[in-house]
Design a protein around this ligand. Structure first.
Ligand code: ASP
Length: 460
């Protein structure tokens, strides 16, 4: 990374950057053809609520005051709708001061879009069109119409709000079928879930032991793995034969759509943790069975996310997307009585189990926006101070509007068949958010600090 410029000479690295170039050009081409206008929004702004920490920049001319770098151009693009640019886009840098995970960068690029006088369906069609266009132009691939799945179904069948739909292997819930039969592990569990792994009945003892250790790893923390071999001759043999007769196992097999030659894997425990572990196990088995080919693309929309999520400790409500997201009209009446049940008019695009984009239809009414801020625990004063400019703008007539943003780095890496977004960024930062080539971040001189009016506590 110190010699990134030399690394970029290597053919595979260079081709990733060239792929990125092509993606950007084709994106512009499509959006321009559809009548979108590319507009730059400022980088020195104040906090935008995407739920991460802000990077801040001290102002020399206004000592003691700070700009924040945009986590996204969200508020600006909504203001552009008030101005009357009905279709906006920008390929834009965003900044989020988050703890870094493998494929996160503190600065990253979005294809950011917004449209007026539209409904959800218009957005879904327009951006389904963008992705189809990119596959066609960049990868010479025709992709079929995108699947649509509700958040609730995604969680139920895949244990995950960004399901990898290249393979089926749906999660089945066995809780009511298997409880109260004298097997303590099941009786003590909140939920018991299973998947059917096609053609894996011949898994050896050793392989099953190894899978059991895999689900027991601290990352998943399961207490064990239960299996049923659905043998070629149709017989069923489980690791809990003592408690469940073959008759009973037949019911498991039918609940999981299992056939001769398959292997049923079962996990039991606390609800959220067990579903998450099953989701991981499903992906792992998909991987082992070669069902996750990186040259096969399965794109889908995930719809109807919850509008709000509650912080377990403080009991406070947070916007799951961001506070400008509107509720589904049919759920709006629940906003006061049962906020947790309200579904958002929001959507994510998921490709091969990766969330590549997300957006929503916005609130365009000042009163509803006010109500939302108050639900999120802002006082009127705080809301006015932070977002008054947006709510005031709504008074001048805001069209119904909505939009979406795609993670451009991630989209490129997916098209390039790579797990790592770093390969598709010319000068990326490392896992600790450092650029080791230019050695940044770095300290600045006392003089500079003084000029900025920033005092340090270091001993004189
Ligand atoms: N601003 C949102 C984000 O960065 C995207 C959107 O709602 O359009 O995720």
């Amino acid at each position: 990374m110190k010699y990134r410029y030399l690394d970029l000479r290597r053919a595979p690295v260079m081709s990733s950057i060239l792929l990125r170039h092509r993606m950007a050009q084709e994106t512009r081409k499509y959006l321009d053809m559809q009548g979108f206008v590319e507009i730059e929004t400022p980088v020195l702004i104040k906090s935008t609520p995407e739920g991460a920490r802000d990077f801040v920049v001290p102002s020399r001319m206004n000592q003691g005051e700070f700009y924040a770098l945009p986590q996204s151009p969200q508020t600006f693009k909504q203001l552009l709708m008030v101005s009357g640019f009905d279709k906006y886009f920008q390929i834009v840098k965003c900044f989020r001061d988050e703890d870094l995970r493998a494929d996160r960068q503190p600065e990253f690029t979005q294809i950011d879009c917004e449209m007026s006088f539209i409904e959800r369906e218009d957005i879904l069609n327009m951006f389904e069109g963008l992705v189809k266009f990119l596959f066609k132009e960049v990868k010479q691939t025709d992709i079929p119409k995108l699947d649509r799945i509700s958040y609730a179904d995604a969680m139920k069948y895949y244990g995950n709000d960004k399901p990898d739909l290249r393979f089926d292997m749906r999660i089945a819930e066995l809780t009511s079928l298997v409880q109260n039969k004298g097997f303590k592990v099941f009786d003590d569990a909140e939920v018991i879930v299973a998947i059917n792994v096609t053609g894996a009945s011949e898994y050896t003892r050793k392989q099953l032991d190894e899978l059991t250790e895999w689900v027991k790893r601290p990352q998943l923390g399961m207490s064990g793995l239960i299996y049923v071999k659905h043998n070629i001759d149709g017989s069923l043999k489980s690791s809990v034969d003592k408690f469940f007769s073959e008759e009973e196992l037949k019911k498991w097999a039918s609940a999981t759509s299992s056939n001769s030659g398959d292997l049923i894997l079962v996990l039991a425990g606390k609800s959220a943790k067990t579903r998450k572990a099953m989701s991981e196990l499903r992906l792992e088995m998909g991987e082992r069975l070669g069902l996750r080919d990186k040259n096969t693309f399965k794109c889908a929309w995930v719809l109807d996310f919850p509008l709000l999520e509650q912080d377990e400790e403080s009991g406070r409500w947070h916007a799951m997307h961001h506070p400008f997201t509107s509720a589904l009209p049919e759920d709006l009446h629940l906003l006061k009585s049962n906020p947790g049940k309200v579904r958002a008019n929001a959507y994510d695009m998921v490709i091969n189990g990766v969330e590549v984009g997300g957006g929503s239809i916005r609130i365009h009414d000042k009163q509803i926006q006010k109500q939302m801020f108050s639900l999120l625990g802002f006082t009127d004063d705080e809301a006015q101070k932070q977002f008054g400019f947006l709510m005031n703008a709504f008074e001048f007539g805001a069209p119904p509007h909505g939009g979406i943003a795609f993670g451009f780095d991630r989209l490129c890496s997916l098209f390039g068949g790579s797990e790592s977004i770093r390969d598709f960024i010319a000068f990326p930062k490392n896992n600790s958010g450092r650029d080791v080539m230019i050695d940044s971040p770095s300290t600045i001189s006392q003089d500079q600090l003084k000029e900025l009016g920033i005092s340090t506590n270091s001993p004189a």
